[in-house]
Design a protein around this ligand. Structure first.
Ligand code: ADP
Ligand code: MG
Length: 663
């Protein structure tokens, strides 16, 4: 249902809501708070300096405003609560002066210092009726939390029905709230129990749907027949013998798994899980060679153009002494070049085509596709997983996914339950361990000196500073400031550029290319750097505010360096050095170990890139935090499917349609 059915929502508000991906009433109602403020009025005597509290107070004096600097002022007055008189100060709210009249009742939100008898407020409210639980939402510029609350409240009044995907039997078994109650209470809870109960329902539902899809796919995959590939193993061995390195044991096992799949009658559906730098590419290349020897074409899809180009170059290199036709298909080809390539692919002149999403274009048809490989699979997501072999491409093609998400095996078996799994844990031992150091922000000089050392050696550096969605502008400023500071530190002599999320894809690609060519020496990035890109000459990663990142992200970021035989470094700059996560990073370079630690610590946070993938971004569930619920949802959905209880239920028929893998 359209947003304009809701009271108080006009065109302007609709635009604002669109910005946070709310396009319908359903979207609005399922836009959940990410936290709550429990508003409980307390007496000033109970207030303290460490916890934000709410105090109902009466203004006693007139208000003074001191203008300290441009854009900086302090407002102060005397107030009373529970027969006690105290001072109140608040910064940058000079505009409140006219409202703060003597004898007015206000709610002070902030912290109280007993010694100074001063309440430092972060906010002052005038019309807060009573104690309550206030939902807090992610916002966008121009949209206030209280307005969003009102819109949602008005939407709730319309009693729009939102489907409940949980089968009745499980709703009853777990005594879950109805969907409509859950939606209402998640936005308007009266008690903490309301929050817990509504969360449970909504989390379980999301995970149930997810596991339903996975289990459904698993059934389909089991039944899928493929092409029995026939190839000469001697040619493969010769290829491997001519490599400049020896395979690691895990690479060997993964290759064995894949060759077995290729030879078998059923279709391969395999995921190779390995940390960055574990050498997944060569595993894929052996698969491509076997497929080629069997007389079939291969398609290799990468998430970005740069990555596709990189693979193209290296595959050409690997096969330089073979008579194999290799092509690169990306969005930036001219129309004419594209058409020519389409024809060659269609005629079977091209043996291997490497590309981006452009491979999914309807114009691309293969003469005899036998193998599809998706690199950095975690960037694509479940619903896109099988797109490639369903888009005008032979559905018997074997499928191989590569993913740099080193997650614990039991866990991978659940969330990737529809796929067979090969793990690459061992890393090529030619690599030097990255030296990681946690540095307190005030000792930044140490980091700058280390950076200078690397620059002198002609090496390049990544600098990362976190970006909070709420404050894009602010963070961009802070990144600009960082650039200025670095320019000052290095006498403007070092080419420094900023890569941030607001740039167009083309601009980002250009910057990465310049960095790859060595024209940029320091690349500052606000956002996660293109996954998988290889800059062998980059020897240092400096992460500011490192404590704000999860282990998964930190590890992925660190993986951008140490991609050649030069010694690499990672500096984690932080205000809080006593941080468990940062210590784990200091102590290990092993992604699987780190992910296990991450898993032990549970709690919020994305798990090794998993969150990045399209439809795995849940609205409320979190794989890691809600692991127990996930396991339950796995069992329940398996039973539900095994007994085909969903048959004839239009909800699930629709869901299956959406799964997109029917043929
Ligand atoms: P990723 O798993 O991150 O995709 P790559 O496949 O890009 O890693 O491999 C990283 C680098 O390691 C490449 O330069 C590759 O040639 C090299 N490499 C792969 N396997 C081995 C090995 N067994 N011994 C030494 N170097 C290897
Ligand atoms: Mg790779």
């Amino acid at each position: 249902m359209e947003l304009n059915f809701i009271d108080k929502i006009g065109a302007k508000t609709q635009n604002l809501l669109n910005k946070i991906n709310i396009f319908s009433i359903e979207d609005l109602l399922t836009y959940y708070p990410y936290r709550y403020n429990v508003i409980k009025f307390i007496n000033i005597d109970e207030a303290n300096e460490t916890e934000t509290c709410y105090v109902l107070a009466t203004v006693l004096s007139t208000v003074k405003v001191a203008y300290i600097k441009r854009n900086f002022n302090r407002l102060s007055f005397v107030a009373s609560n529970n027969n006690k008189t105290f001072n109140v100060t608040i910064f940058n709210r000079a505009f409140l002066k006219k409202n703060l009249t003597v004898n007015r009742e206000v709610v002070l939100i902030g912290k109280y210092n007993h010694l100074k008898n001063t309440f430092t407020a972060s906010d002052i409210k005038f019309n807060m009726e009573s104690e309550r639980i206030e939902p807090i939402y992610h916002l966008t510029e121009g949209l206030k939390n209280s307005s969003l609350e009102t819109y949602i409240s008005n939407a709730l009044k319309l009693n729009v029905s939102i489907p409940d995907y949980i089968p009745d039997m499980y709703n009853e078994k777990y005594n879950l709230l109805s969907k409509s109650d859950a939606i209402r209470l998640i936005h308007q809870p009266s008690t903490i129990t309301d929050i817990k109960k509504s969360e449970l329902k909504l989390i379980y539902e999301e995970l149930f749907i997810y596991m339903f899809k996975i289990n459904y796919l698993k059934q389909l995959n089991k039944r899928a027949t493929g092409i029995k590939k026939i190839f000469d193993i001697n040619v493969l061995e010769e290829f491997l013998n001519n490599l400049s390195f020896r395979l690691t044991p895990d690479q060997e096992t993964a290759i064995k798994d894949i060759l077995h799949d290729l030879k078998s009658e059923s279709r391969m559906n395999r995921l190779v899980l390995g940390d960055v730098g574990s050498g997944k590419t060569v595993v894929a290349i052996v698969a491509i060679l076997a497929n080629y020897l069997s007389g079939y074409q291969s398609a290799f899809m990468a998430p970005t153009e740069i990555l596709a180009k990189q693979h193209y170059e290296s595959i050409k290199n690997y096969f330089s002494s073979y008579d194999i036709n290799i092509a690169l298909l990306t969005g930036s080809l001219t129309k004419k070049a594209k058409e020519k390539l389409y024809n060659e692919i269609n005629d079977g002149k091209v043996d291997i085509v490497i590309g981006t999403h452009a491979l999914l274009n309807e114009g691309v048809t293969f003469a005899n596709l036998g193998l599809v490989i998706t690199d950095e699979q975690h960037r694509f997501g479940v619903n896109q997983r099988n797109l490639l072999q369903n888009k005008g491409i032979k559905k018997e093609a074997d499928v191989l996914y590569l993913s740099a998400t080193p997650i614990p095996r039991t866990y991978a078996l659940t969330i990737y339950g529809d796929l067979d799994l090969s793990q690459i844990r061992t890393k090529p031992n030619t690599r030097k361990e990255i030296i990681t150091k946690v540095v307190e922000e005030k000792n930044i000089r140490e980091v700058l000196l280390a950076m200078l050392e690397e620059l002198k050696k002609g090496h390049q550096i990544f600098v990362v500073s976190p970006l909070i969605e709420q404050n894009d502008e602010l963070d961009l400023n802070s990144v600009n400031l960082l650039k200025e500071k670095l320019n000052t530190a290095f006498n403007e002599k070092v080419p420094i550029e900023i890569l941030h999320g607001k740039l167009k894809q083309k601009e980002k690609d250009e910057l990465m290319l310049k960095f790859q060519k060595g024209e940029i020496k320091i690349l500052i990035s606000t956002t996660v750097i293109e996954v998988g890109i290889d800059i062998p000459n980059a020897s240092m990663m400096v992460i500011f505010n490192a404590e704000r990142f999860g282990l998964a992200t930190l590890h992925q970021l660190r993986g951008r360096v140490g991609r050649s035989d030069i010694q690499s470094y990672c500096y984690l700059v932080t205000k809080v050095t006593d941080n468990e996560r940062l210590k784990v990073m200091e102590s290990s370079n092993d992604g699987f170990y780190i992910s296990e630690k991450d898993f032990e610590q549970r709690g919020q946070g994305d798990l090794f890139g998993v969150k990045q993938s399209g439809d795995m971004t849940f609205k409320i569930a979190n794989f890691k935090r809600d692991y127990k619920i996930l396991l339950q949802a796995k069992i329940d959905s398996e039973n539900y499917l095994a007994n085909a209880l969903f048959k004839g239920n239009s909800l699930y028929e629709n869901l299956i349609e959406k799964i997109n893998f029917l043929d």
